[in-house]
Design a protein. Structure first.
Length: 128
């Protein structure tokens, strides 16, 4: 059985439950979902879904960096939205973060997210 490595970083909010920020298994890192919490204050960033999505992707980048990866190595994301009406706005922020190296993605609407977040994103990426 292959061993795995738990990832923890101060560049993203601490886990708010019994889970790890990410786990490296083999050549892949699996991140937990990130929401728009500021890692220093542990408070949701002010503004709307765009500001939350920007913070989500900053948090995700911090976790990936701690795992030996980066956004350009993401192969799959899952985006959770509290409202599909935010789909287009999140797409703009998402595309700015990923550029031309767009991972596979699923997007789903959910009834609610932790801390009343508007968006949450988890990722699977290759590690160096």
């Amino acid at each position: 059985m292959a061993e795995h490595q738990i990832v923890a970083t101060e560049k993203a909010p601490a886990a708010i439950g019994p889970y790890s920020q990410a786990v490296v298994a083999g050549s892949l890192v699996y991140t937990s979902g990130q929401i728009g919490l500021d890692p220093v204050s542990a408070e949701m960033v002010s503004g709307g879904v765009e500001q939350q999505a920007q913070q989500v992707l900053k948090n995700l980048a911090g976790v990936l960096e701690a795992a030996g990866s980066r956004l350009s190595r993401v192969v799959k994301t899952t985006v959770f939205l509290r409202s599909m009406e935010d789909f287009a706005a999140v797409n703009v922020v998402y595309e700015q973060a990923f550029g031309s190296v767009l991972p596979a993605r699923s997007t789903v609407a959910v009834a609610g997210l932790p801390k009343d977040a508007l968006v949450e994103i988890e990722a699977v990426a290759s590690v160096s």
